[in-house]
Design a protein around this ligand. Structure first.
Ligand code: UN1
Length: 512
């Protein structure tokens, strides 16, 4: 199988500096010190050291965002949209630079890195339109001479905590929408992807300067877990929108709730696809392999469980194993590569351990799991995507391992498939491959998939920005991006106006 040779770390450092420069950001110097070690998963080598924001800097970022909110909220929404429109233009202009930084820091292959920037551009378009459509409702009042309406007001400071795997798209979903909603943003990116964050922050600052909007609407705080905790605990942060593991969400949610703040949580997924006997297997294989092995299995929406009818299981599994086995693994900058590196050695460890546990549970490894490019880049972690046939849905299958492992389970009756599908703690994305309309509709119905995203004849990953993105159960319940997800970023005020000379009370209550 194909393996692309790797570039060297020095060349990548130069590329990072150039991309940052073009985005208007000052690249860190090679000799700079700092607690944040900026590594590239492409070689595993260190690019730069960056300083972590200390408590004072975090505090001052929130202070600035909070102060800017008082004027930003009264800036008319369509004018706020101008800032986001300009950001979208700059993203188009710097699409290649940002894609380079994404590949450098997250290890995404070129087309996925470009796709991630496209996702940012798309959400900017969406948010600009939204800036003229923050609709409230008018309800019929039960009282004569009264008008009952609701309107949506800006909420405050939004703390965005993002993950390495979508280092900038998820920030853009939150930030583009929050800004048109009249909120200001403090962003704590993943400590593994600070450079993409620095570039985006610089582009947004330029968009603000170009449109004459206040620079204080966006603040970047680089750091680790402690930085995130400070942000989460700051009572001036009205909404915490956090993407990460279920474990992280379990810590964030009660802390924010304790101060009556609001949360949008986008946590782990353990996404399944049901493949029925009537499925178009060629199409299914393409959807399955992209969802399972794309982004080296490091999307929240990655397909991790295949629930296939026993009549087609052997045939389908053969096709998948054949396709996975031939996937080009290697340098994500190389045009032919489809599977880049895992983010770090820890991710590789987690994958190896999961495969061991699966084997101990009676699982049979059909392909994958072998390390690649170890001699060329001992610090990087390349691996071939694994497919494991499991006798039952054991604990390891029910857990999210953030790596390319596809567990295969079989079913006999459709009811059995639905039960298996839903019998995991997480509830983000799901798919069914079938040509049977009854099955397809049932999968989407109230007693079908219990996930926030349910698809027919496409894989679990690769959602468009126009829909609301998020999931149920341990995935956290939050919704981001399109549809009416914007409502989480605003506060609703219900207004009753009496334009009569009488004072009738609601529910017919008599008083005075
Ligand atoms: C994530 O993995 O955190 O649906 C987000 C998708 C992408 C977003 C994934 N549009 O796969």
């Amino acid at each position: 199988p194909y393996t692309a040779a790797l570039p060297d770390t020095d060349a990548l450092r130069i590329l990072a500096a150039k991309s940052l420069n073009r985005c208007g950001a000052e690249p860190p110097a090679e000799g700079d010190s700092g607690d944040l070690v900026c590594r590239t998963p492409v070689t595993g080598g260190t690019l730069f050291f960056l300083p972590c924001a200390g408590p004072d800097q975090i505090d001052s970022a929130v202070t600035t965002a909070h102060a800017t909110f008082s004027t930003w909220r009264t800036t008319p929404a369509p004018q706020r949209g101008r800032l986001v429109k300009r950001l979208g233009e700059l993203l188009v202009e710097h699409k290649g630079d940002l894609a380079d930084l994404i590949t450098l820091e997250a290890g995404k292959i070129r087309s996925e890195a470009l796709g991630e920037v496209q996702e940012m551009i798309d959400i900017c378009d969406f948010a600009v339109g939204l800036s003229r459509q923050l609709y409230g409702r008018t309800m019929p009042s039960e009282r004569p001479g009264h008008r009952l309406t609701e309107c949506w007001h800006p909420l405050g400071v939004v703390g965005v905590v993002s993950a390495f795997n979508f280092p900038v798209a998820v920030w853009a979903w939150n930030t583009a929408v929050a800004l048109v909603c009249g909120d200001t943003v403090v962003w704590k990116p993943s400590e593994r992807t600070p450079l993409t964050a620095v570039a985006c922050d610089a582009l947004l600052a330029r968009a603000a300067a170009d449109t004459g909007m206040p620079a204080g609407v966006h603040q970047l705080v680089l750091g680790d877990r402690a930085t995130g905790e400070r942000l989460v605990d700051d009572a001036r942060v009205a909404l915490v929108s956090a993407t990460g593991s279920v474990r992280m969400g379990r810590e964030v949610a009660p802390r924010v709730a304790a101060r009556f703040g609001r949360c949008v949580l986008e946590l782990g997924g353990n996404n399944g696809a049901v493949v029925a006997p009537s499925a178009d297997l060629d199409l299914a294989v393409r959807g399955i392999v992209f969802s399972a092995a794309g982004t080296a299995g490091q999307r929240c929406t990655t397909l991790r469980r295949l629930i296939v009818h026993e009549d087609v299981a052997d045939q389908l599994v053969d096709m998948i194993v054949h396709a996975c086995h031939r996937l080009p693994v290697g340098d994500p900058f190389a045009a032919a590569t489809l599977v880049g590196p895992l983010i770090d050695a820890q991710a590789y460890e987690a994958m190896t351990q999961a495969l061991e546990r699966a084997r101990a549970d009676g699982g049979k490894l059909l392909t994958g799991g072998e390390p690649r490019l170890r001699d060329e880049a001992p610090q990087a972690r390349y691996v071939t995507p694994a497919v494991v046939r499991m006798p039952t849905q054991t604990e390891i299958v029910r857990a999210e391992t953030f790596a390319p492992i596809l567990y295969v389970l079989t079913y006999r009756t459709f009811e059995e498939a639905i039960v298996l599908h839903n019998d995991v703690p997480q509830g983000l994305s799901s798919s069914i491959f079938t040509r049977d309309q009854r099955e397809a509709e049932r999968f989407l119905a109230v007693d079908g998939s219990d996930c926030g995203i349910a698809n027919v004849n496409i894989g679990t990953s690769g959602a468009e920005i126009g829909g609301a993105f998020g999931g149920e159960k341990a995935t956290g319940g939050g919704r981001e991006s399109g549809s009416d997800a914007w409502r989480a970023y605003m506060r609703r005020a219900t207004n009753t106006v009496n334009y009569s000379a009488e004072l009738p009370l609601a529910q017919g209550v008599a008083f005075l």
